[in-house]
Design a protein around this ligand. Structure first.
Ligand code: 13P
Length: 251
């Protein structure tokens, strides 16, 4: 049995004050049976960590460097994040891939560094609308995953989380239908199973892309959808908690 998970990706939003208030509000309502994670902007990590201390809500980050330290201006390492109590790191988000040049190889290296530091990578995959319309969805997702297997070996996703986020559904208000999402999630699980069956069986695969309180339940009701990675709806505690409750209903 896989414990459902709901992670809030706060992206580049918030101030010290709003980030800590949001964390406080989320933590004030425990949701049983769901792993709830929030991923603030890295400069807000320490203050959000303080708010979350002693609560059930876990802390994540939005990216991490492939290197432990050195001449890598602007980066943050997994070990540094771990020092603040981060347990999860989003890797390979489509905004990183499309806007900041995080390609398959660099994402694989970052994933490896996260896992080596003892944190959990939430590794994002997903196709653009162009890919989908050309019938390339599975090929794109496979290539994104294969790059990680090439670097980390067959156990690459042992203890990790994968997030399927179709690029066309992110921040657009257009959600993949439950059938479309389930089809890709099942494919991802099979692709991982071809490398290691045990990893695949326990692997949590989250759906991301315009998830909200209204559509969460029918998405999370599918066999291979183990929760969500939430953007816009994670910025209001009531909306985010409603999505968490929807995951709890499936637990
Ligand atoms: P939205 O929920 O705003 O579509 O964002 C999804 C996302 O990118 C989460 O990582």
């Amino acid at each position: 049995m896989r414990t459902p998970m709901v992670a809030g990706n706060w992206k580049l939003n918030g101030s010290r004050e709003s980030a800590t208030s949001l964390a406080r509000e989320v933590a004030a309502t425990p949701v049983a049976g769901v792993d709830v994670v929030v991923c603030p902007v890295s400069v807000h990590t320490a203050e959000v960590a303080e708010v979350l201390e002693g609560t059930d809500v876990k802390l994540g980050a939005q990216n991490a460097c492939a290197h432990e330290g050195g001449a890598y201006t602007g980066e943050v390492s997994s070990t540094m994040l771990a020092e603040f109590g981060c347990e999860y790191v989003i890797i390979g988000h489509s905004e990183r891939r499309s806007l900041f040049g995080d390609d398959n190889e660099s994402c694989a290296a970052r994933h490896q560094a996260v896992m080596a530091a003892g944190l959990t990578s939430i590794f994002c995959v997903g196709e653009t609308l162009e890919d989908r319309e050309a019938g390339n969805t599975m090929a794109v997702v496979d290539a994104q995953l294969q790059a990680v297997f090439d670097v980390c070996g067959t156990q690459a996703f042992d203890g990790a989380v994968i997030a399927y986020e179709p690029v066309w559904a992110i921040g657009t208000g257009v959600t993949a239908s439950p059938e479309q999402a389930q089809e890709v999630h099942a494919h991802i699980r099979e692709f991982v199973a071809a490398q290691d069956q045990q990893t695949a069986a326990k692997l949590r695969i989250l759906y991301g892309g315009s998830v909200n309180a209204g559509n969460a339940q029918e998405l999370f009701g599918n066999t291979d959808i183990d929760g969500g990675l939430i953007g816009g709806a994670a910025l209001k505690s009531a909306d985010f908690l409603a999505v968490c409750q929807a995951a709890a209903a499936q637990a």
